[in-house]
Design a protein around this ligand. Structure first.
Ligand code: ZN
Length: 106
């Protein structure tokens, strides 16, 4: 699989946070580790995420949460080694931008 890392993709800032996470398949933990999402179960305004390293996170559909900010601004320190996030996915993520007025509404 090849991904043109120069190709930037944009998402609207006001897209549904769950859809955004579902699309990225990445989740930043509180310690600043980026995990790969294995499955995501949405239950109304909360969702349960299971990462590839078998950690479970209960998340809330909030664009203003810590995690939402992390994902938008790429505030993470390391990728989880157990999750083994492939390089192309990280490259794709690093070329993802969130913009107020421009981009996919998902
Ligand atoms: Zn992990």
């Amino acid at each position: 699989m090849t991904v043109d890392s120069k190709k930037k993709r944009y998402y609207r800032k006001n897209v549904d946070f769950f859809k955004f996470v579902e699309k990225l398949k990445l989740w930043p933990s509180r310690s600043g580790t980026l995990h790969g999402v294995k499955s995501m179960t949405i239950r109304g305004n909360t969702a349960e995420i299971i990462t590839h390293c078998n950690e479970t996170f209960q998340i809330f559909n909030s664009k203003n949460s810590r995690a939402a900010r992390c994902l938008r601004n790429k505030l993470f320190f390391q990728a989880c080694k157990t999750c083994k996030i492939p390089d192309w996915k990280l490259a794709k993520y690093s070329s993802t931008h969130v913009n107020q007025n421009y981009g996919s509404r998902l």
